[in-house]
Design a protein around this ligand. Structure first.
Ligand code: NAP
Length: 250
């Protein structure tokens, strides 16, 4: 079998970088998509240093023309896309009465429209191959979180999007699943701590105390599940939302 091609968005750092490394380690050639090509270089270097194949591509996932160009670039480099991980994300937290139109539109644009545009651009490759895996990054915030009306709506929306893709594309050998992480230590959660004026170490300790396994998550906790869902063994898992949070959530 020829090498499967994966695209991971927002793969310059954090969860996306871990997912890209894991997919490369399990034999995929990986398109590392992030806002700038430069941003993705470190992830590509880590993958190639470990003997894998990857290319960095700059694109804003909320922009249709940039998405189409990015997918074309990866296809030209490695061949048709078999695995798509919609991971790119931003926060624009604010209580509802302070949330601006731009806070709302930016979060919807990156998470929801970005996942839609990327999935639409990649699906024909998957359908033609009669094999595909789409993994969308939702969040425990989909269940509701103070200060995140925009983000929780987008992350809940991604769950409905995922289930619909599973229904439409299943007959072509394509599965779609969502991973909904709890607290994962990345620049995103570090920025939240900074915004709240809390030391990041203290923030993690306080969060860990509330998590049943008594630790916060790492990007690799999510990367490992992405790699599993992308593989042959996960072919009968589709339309699911898997919470990865160190314990059950309400
Ligand atoms: P992160 O460290 O902030 O990384 C997000 C990446 O996405 C960054 O490299 C960022 O690029 C990129 N990005 C932002 N906007 C983009 C756009 N329009 N087009 C392309 N790339 C874009 O975040 P993370 O913590 O790894 O989170 C990854 C995903 O998991 C997100 O969808 C997030 O919502 C979700 N998640 C995270 C947690 C958590 O606790 N960390 C929990 C639940 C869900 P720049 O650096 O250039 O902005």
């Amino acid at each position: 079998m020829s090498q499967r091609v994966a695209i991971v968005t927002g793969a310059a750092r954090g969860i996306g970088a871990a997912a890209a490394r894991r997919l490369a380690a399990s034999g995929h050639a990986v398109g590392v998509v992030d806002l700038t090509e430069d941003g993705g270089r470190e992830t590509v270097e880590a993958i190639t240093a470990a003997g894998g194949k990857a290319v960095a591509v700059g694109a804003d996932v909320s922009d249709p023309a940039q998405v189409d160009a990015a997918v074309k670039r990866v296809v030209a480099e490695f061949g048709p896309v078999a695995v798509l991980v919609n991971n790119a994300g931003v926060l624009r937290d604010n209580l509802l009465f302070k949330m601006t139109d731009d806070d709302w539109d930016t979060v919807m644009g990156v998470h929801l429209k970005g996942a839609f545009l990327m999935s639409r651009a990649c699906q024909s490759h998957m359908v033609e191959q009669r094999f595909g895996r789409i993994v969308n990054l939702s969040s425990s915030s989909a269940l509701g979180n103070r200060g995140q009306a925009n983000y929780s709506a987008a992350k809940a929306g991604l769950q409905g999007f995922t289930k619909t893709l599973a229904i439409e594309l299943g007959q072509f050998g394509v599965t779609a699943n969502a991973i909904a992480p709890g607290f994962i230590a990345t620049e995103m959660t570090a920025a939240t701590a900074a915004r709240m004026g809390v030391d990041f170490e203290e923030f993690q300790k306080a969060s860990a105390a509330r998590i049943p396994v008594r630790r916060v998550g790492t990007p690799d906790d999510i990367g490992a599940l992405v790699a599993f869902l992308a593989g042959d063994d996960a072919g009968f898992i589709s339309g699911q939302v898997i919470y990865v949070a160190g314990g059950p959530l309400d």
